[in-house]
Design a protein around this ligand. Sequence first.
Ligand SMILES: *Cc1c(COP(=O)(O)O)cnc(C)c1O
Length: 230
Amino acid sequence: MTATTTLATRLAEVRARIAQACERAGRDPAEVLLVGVSKTQPARAVRDAVAAGLLDLGENRAQDVLEQAAAASAAGLAPRWHFIGHLQRNKVREVLPVIHSLHSLDSLRLIEEIEQRWEARGDAGPLPCFLEVNIAGEEQKSGVEPADLPALLAAASKSPALLVEGLMTVAPQVSDPAQTRPVFRALRDLAAAHGLRGLSMGMTEDYPVAIEEGATLVRVGRAIFGERRT
Ligand SMILES: *Cc1c(COP(=O)(O)O)cnc(C)c1O
């Protein structure tokens, strides 16, 4: 099998598992957006993914999204780039024109920086964003504590530079994906309590569980692209 068929096959498998999870949960698969996480993968993998119909891609480092977006664009491709990692304020200006959405809004200072750099987006309008919440309270995790969410949400909601889509979380790594269920459920409840609809949750190990618990967007890397190149 060529690399392209392998990727297309893996992608079809992921889409089938998304459909199955939706069926178990009585949901419409059209409610769940698949974002393919291409981090550490070569530009070739991005071209194969777009050729296979995957038009939403995610990167977690500023340098990487800039390089991947430039390479894709040079090849005449225009996937939507989702920024899913911690965004440093000194990278906002460069990254803003390139990204379709930000999944990791996690501080008031980042909101201020985006407001100052907003014009860099030209006509693209306010930046769709998800507020990242550290649901499981893990030490080294990014995202705000649930208690700090109201202040962040208030600032993001009134900012003309941002369009709040919902909440995002990264579940802890566990041996049994079912153990992530309470984390996803807690994010869903938190979003509902604030009247938010979007839920960016679920990765290779746990996206079916996340979909059963209401994910509207899953961020899947290895199941589509294979193991990461470091
Ligand atoms: C790397 C990454 C993913 C994808 O991880 P996989 O386990 O490869 O599916 C999703 N979300 C975030 C925030 C990531 O950093």
